[in-house]
Design a protein around this ligand. Structure first.
Ligand SMILES: CC(=O)N[C@H]1[C@@H](OP(=O)(O)OP(=O)(O)OC[C@H]2O[C@@H](n3ccc(=O)[nH]c3=O)[C@H](O)[C@@H]2O)O[C@H](CO)[C@@H](O)[C@@H]1O
Ligand SMILES: C=C(OP(=O)(O)O)C(=O)O
Length: 438
């Protein structure tokens, strides 16, 4: 069963009009970028895992369909929306058709589950947001460190499992790739190997997988130097119970939207510490926010700070997640001061985002293809714009809330890849958003 990624009834375009400052309380969904690696880890552990908080976003639904076709049973208890139970299934007689793996970046997480089910993984090159050249050579170095063979061609890649699993695998990543770190963790789980991974990614999405494995019997340690993962001494058969954390990017986006309209509100259902870097930036720039264990609150702005926002995406521990940057840019257009932005991780992001904001009248100085500067506040004027990728879509909704007149945002299918329904959450805070029927 392919779990239909996008409802054909869902609007492809939305109109946004400015109105009252956003206010109220809203709850985020589970995080796409946390759910995807947790699903891969669940399929890698070789027993049933009950995962709650699984969002209805299109990429996650597509991943569930891919797992089903890869040899995993995916049950959805009707009485528990958002919960799935992933368990090994009978191995399909024929090689699975995974051509739609090309639609999402995170299809790379399927390698370990496929190796567990079939001894090999044959996948097309991944897709997802078109935000620059998005390599996979670190993933291949990971598999080779486990003794696997990797074969590449124009259409995709094949990983053939090592004949003999290695007791211990040690490798150091050249940079802190989240995808390659999770790939190494899931591969170690399938191989039953002890893993020492140097220079790891320590984003909450990666450490969340380690926490889930700990709950299932693995011993895991992570610091900025390395991740150590030790398999459990025996084979456990009881099912594991994991939860997808609330979406930190959705929470940050909603906080930026509230702040951009000069409103006040509370965004719940998120792990507060995941928003520390964002909250520090907002407070510095004069947007008062407070974090609780499970929420971020945006308070009314009291004084105009004029302090420059510096939103520099980074893979280092405690760095700013690149996916926050577009929403911060839309917010900065309302804040006094000269603000700087950089996303060297996703080199095509600004190439998507800046032309769309410019259509709304934003004046942004491009310092390089990945760095820019703008001085706020700026007066935007509504026009038609396009959500070329998930986070550009989020930024355009925020910008539309502050622009004069009507902003028409098309390409909502992109936005829904990452958020089941971000417009509905904005409406719950009072935003004037209207779906345009297809
Ligand atoms: C599904 C998911 O979680 N996607 C996120 C993930 O994407 P992505 O999978 O790109 O993230 P990684 O952290 O693995 O990679 C960071 C950068 O290094 C590049 N790279 C990575 C591996 C490799 O073998 N070769 C290579 O060149 C990637 O193309 C990317 O430009 O992190 C990005 C940066 O935080 C986020 O914007 C994405 O939302
Ligand atoms: C870039 C993103 O997604 P993906 O890596 O899945 O394309 C994103 O979530 O903003």
């Amino acid at each position: 069963m392919d779990l239909a990624p996008t409802s054909t009834r869902a609007a492809g375009t939305v109109t946004v009009r400015p109105g009252r400052p956003l206010a109220g309380t809203v709850r985020v969904d589970g995080s796409k970028n946390a759910a995807l690696p947790l699903l891969a880890a669940a399929a890698s552990v070789g027993r049933a895992v009950r995962l709650s908080g699984v969002p209805a976003s299109a990429d996650v639904q597509r991943m569930l369909g891919l797992l089903e076709r890869s040899g995993y049973r995916v049950a959805r208890p009707v009485a528990e929306p958002g919960t799935v139970i992933v368990a090994p299934d009978k191995r399909p007689a024929t090689a699975p058709d995974l051509t739609d793996a090309t639609r999402i970046r995170a299809s790379y997480y399927l390698v370990a589950p496929l190796l567990a089910a079939h001894g090999q993984a044959a996948l097309p090159w991944p897709g997802g947001c078109q935000i620059g050249d998005r390599g996979m050579e670190l993933h291949f170095a990971v598999y080779e460190a486990f003794g696997d063979a990797v074969l590449l061609d124009e259409s995709g890649y094949r990983v053939l499992a090592a004949e003999q699993s290695r007791d211990e695998v040690t490798l150091t990543l050249p940079f802190r790739s989240r995808g390659a770190s999770v790939a190494a963790i899931c591969r170690a789980v399938v191989a039953g190997s002890l893993l020492e991974l140097g220079n790891p990614n320590l984003s909450p999405e990666t450490t969340g997988v380690l926490a889930a494995l700990r709950a299932a019997g693995w011993t895991a340690h992570a610091d900025s130097r390395k991740i150590t993962l030790v398999p459990p001494p025996g084979v456990a058969s009881e099912s594991a119970v994991w939860a997808v954390p609330g979406d930190k990017i959705e929470a940050g986006t909603l906080a930026c939207a509230i702040a951009a309209t000069g409103g006040e509100g509370r965004v719940e259902g998120v792990h507060g510490p995941d928003l520390t870097v964002l909250a520090d930036l907002l407070n510095w720039a004069g947007v008062p926010v407070t974090l609780a264990a499970d929420a971020i609150t945006v308070h009314p702005t009291r004084a105009v700070s004029g302090r420059p926002l510096r939103a520099i995406a980074s893979l280092t521990p405690d760095g700013l997640d690149a996916d926050f940057e577009p929403a911060l840019m839309a917010l900065a257009l309302t804040l006094p001061g000269t603000h700087t932005f950089a996303d060297d991780i996703n080199p095509g992001r600004h190439g998507n985002l800046l032309p769309q904001l410019t259509r709304l009248g934003a004046v942004i100085e491009e310092l390089s293809p990945t760095r820019c500067r703008l001085t706020g506040p700026q007066r935007l004027t509504g026009t038609t714009v396009r959500a070329t990728d998930i986070r550009t879509g989020s930024a355009l909704l925020i910008a539309g809330l502050t622009a004069r007149g009507t902003t028409t945002v098309s390409g909502l299918d992109q936005l829904r890849r990452g958020h089941a329904d971000l417009p509905a959450k904005l409406r719950a805070l009072g935003a004037d958003l209207t779906d345009v029927p297809r």
